[in-house]
Design a binder for this molecule. Structure first.
Ligand code: SAM
Length: 290
């Protein structure tokens, strides 16, 4: 698919390049912020961005938070530097990541965000399972890193048992909402949990030795479930991310529209090796065919 046809197919992909964001995901955080006011701090804040590469959420943070804020971003993949952001290469499922975060955050976080996603297989049950394991790791890191009253935002796949997940989150946050930004394709099972006012229960102290898990047994032995409020975020008149749009004549800066290159190509995407292998295989087949 050429650059122009992708521009046409996805208004947020085009807008991201025009506004200098590394990925269209930036609009998901911006639209979540429109509804939940997550980034309005009157004094410098500490924010942790988990699974942050290529870095568009960190770019939103660095453009929005008050001067002097501390932003720590980490991902399995290396990230190209962003001014005002500490970028780390680490695995959120590994215990060594928590001390690394503490060392760079230099205090408790006001907000932890996680847009983490595994490489999806297309097998929905498996994808949901891996996604919820990733979310569980993010939640355990957030429980250790957040100050009481802080917020946590994370990507979820809305599967059959998502209500168990909401129940677990409600054990440690006063309000849990399931939010779907306009820029997240309606056809995708992706949504975001917005967890406000971190309130660890009395007598419980977070730690990776005894992490939270998804089993929330009630006294009757059944697993607790919770239906979270569902909120659509962002201007409903804004571009539909599932639609193919007519290309505008001019870019947002008023100049004649032309397709522009992505702001920051991925540094080491997981698909790179697969492409190299396919190319090598292709040339091998061509050589045999000669
Ligand atoms: N929010 C990012 C942005 O705006 O640029 C996009 C994040 S991308 C959708 C998902 C990221 O999750 C990938 O970069 C992937 O490397 C990362 N990821 C997946 N599993 C991870 C893990 N165990 N630890 C750290 N990062 C992980």
């Amino acid at each position: 698919m050429g650059k122009s046809s992708k521009d046409k197919r996805d208004a947020y992909y085009r807008l991201a390049k025009e506004q200098g964001y590394r990925a269209r995901s930036a609009y998901k955080l911006l639209q979540l912020n429109e509804t939940f006011n997550l980034l309005s701090f009157s004094t410098p804040a500490r924010v942790l961005d988990l699974c942050a590469a290529p870095g568009s959420w960190s770019q939103v943070l660095s453009r929005t938070l008050p001067p002097g804020s501390k932003i720590v971003a980490l991902d399995l993949q290396p990230m190209t530097a962003i001014a005002g952001v500490v970028t780390l290469q680490a695995d959120i499922t590994h215990p060594s990541t928590l001390p690394l975060i503490a060392q760079h955050l230099e205090g408790k976080a006001d907000l932890v965000i996680c847009d983490g996603a595994p490489d999806v297989t297309g097998l929905h049950d498996l994808d949901e399972y891996v996604q919820s394991s990733l979310l569980l790791s993010a939640l355990n890191l957030a429980a250790c890193a957040l100050r009481p009253g802080g917020s946590f935002v994370a990507k979820v796949f809305r599967g059959r048992d998502v209500d168990v997940l909401f129940a677990q989150l409600r054990c440690v946050f006063e309000r849990v909402t399931c939010a779907k930004p306009r820029s997240s394709r309606a056809s995708s099972i992706e949504a975001f949990v917005v967890c406000e006012r971190y309130a660890p229960p009395d007598g419980w102290s977070p730690g990776l030795e005894k992490p939270l898990d998804w089993g929330v047994p009630t006294h009757g032995g059944a697993v607790a479930r919770e239906v979270a409020a569902f909120v659509a975020c962002g201007d409903l008149e804004a571009a539909d991310s599932d639609a193919t749009s007519r290309l505008p004549e001019v870019n947002v800066d008023g100049r004649k529209r032309e397709s522009i290159d992505p702001v920051q190509p991925p540094t080491a995407p997981p698909y790179k090796r697969a492409v190299e292998m396919r190319k090598a295989l292709g040339s091998g087949v061509a050589a045999v065919g000669k």
